[in-house]
Ligand binder design. Structure first.
Ligand code: FPP
Length: 247
């Protein structure tokens, strides 16, 4: 396969994996088949990200709103995540992948959280790709928890409210030591963030791919990287392409 040659590779790519249900529906298959195929797309995407030189890949695996789905589908999604960790952990570890979990940890029952935390612990010294799994994750909840931590410090007199700044808020989010994603991809043609990384997405490039998640593969991942590389990122300043001729 031709090696991907791009001038700029994002350090951190985050993905909203959407469209498993519609992929299955289109084929007259149960939604659960769409989710299973989705796990294969996860495997290929992790490999593609590592090969492209991406350092952080965040996947929106289970949102804090996903609990509202029928119990059978919730169990199905949790089962797939559980199997992914059990079956793929050894290989991910061998490939020097570090796993990191973000999302609300309070009040979670069952074995899934301990399993995810064990994966985090096992791989914590790995130095290749960091695979960030957003589980029971909602960005507003993450921001509220960060605010509560800071408010507690203010209450205890350890912090002055006027000292709270953008950096301090970033350091108190679940993504504390993870750089903001330069690129956020969403599949299935939907064009919104759905409570994903709202704080961290301040300057992210958004790329919307029409294909459903189970069809996502290395080719589409690299295509998103190409779109990213062609964008002109200004961060509120002037384009580097026009700056030279202005003023
Ligand atoms: C969206 O499809 C996808 C999800 C809600 C979950 C994604 C989860 C996986 C791919 C499996 C487990 C994850 C990992 C990291 C191994 P949808 O059901 O919302 O599709 P629809 O909008 O077409 O109904």
């Amino acid at each position: 396969m031709a090696k991907l040659e791009l001038a700029i590779i994002p350090q951190h790519v985050a993905i909203i994996m959407d469209g498993n249900g519609r992929w299955a529906n289109k084929r007259g298959l149960p939604r659960t088949v769409g989710h299973s195929k989705g796990v294969e797309a996860v495997r290929e995407t992790v490999r593609a990200a590592g090969e492209a030189g991406v350092k952080y890949l965040t996947l929106f695996a289970f949102s804090s709103e996903n609990w509202r789905r029928p119990e059978s589908e919730v169990n199905d999604l949790l089962g797939l995540l559980r199997r992914f960790i059990r079956r793929d952990l050894a290989e991910l570890h061998r490939e020097n992948v570090r796993i990191k979990i973000i999302g609300e940890r309070e009040n979670l029952r069952g074995d899934i959280l301990p399993l995810l935390l064990e994966a985090e612990e096992t791989t914590k010294f790995n130095t290749a790709l960091t695979l960030v799994i957003a589980f029971n994750y909602g960005a507003r909840n993450e921001i509220a928890r960060a605010m509560a931590k800071l408010a507690t410090q203010v209450e205890q007199g350890a912090l002055k409210a006027s000292d709270i700044d953008v950096e301090m808020i970033s350091r108190n989010l679940d993504t504390a030591e993870i750089p903001d994603p330069e690129l956020i991809i969403r599949t299935s043609g939907e064009e919104r963030l759905s409570n994903f990384l709202l704080w961290q997405a301040a300057y992210s490039e958004l790329v919307f791919i029409p294909d459903y998640w189970p069809d996502f593969d290395r080719r589409l991942f690299n295509h998103a990287l190409e779109i990213f590389a062609s964008r002109d990122r200004r961060f509120g300043g002037l384009s580097t392409k026009t700056a030279a001729v202005v003023g």
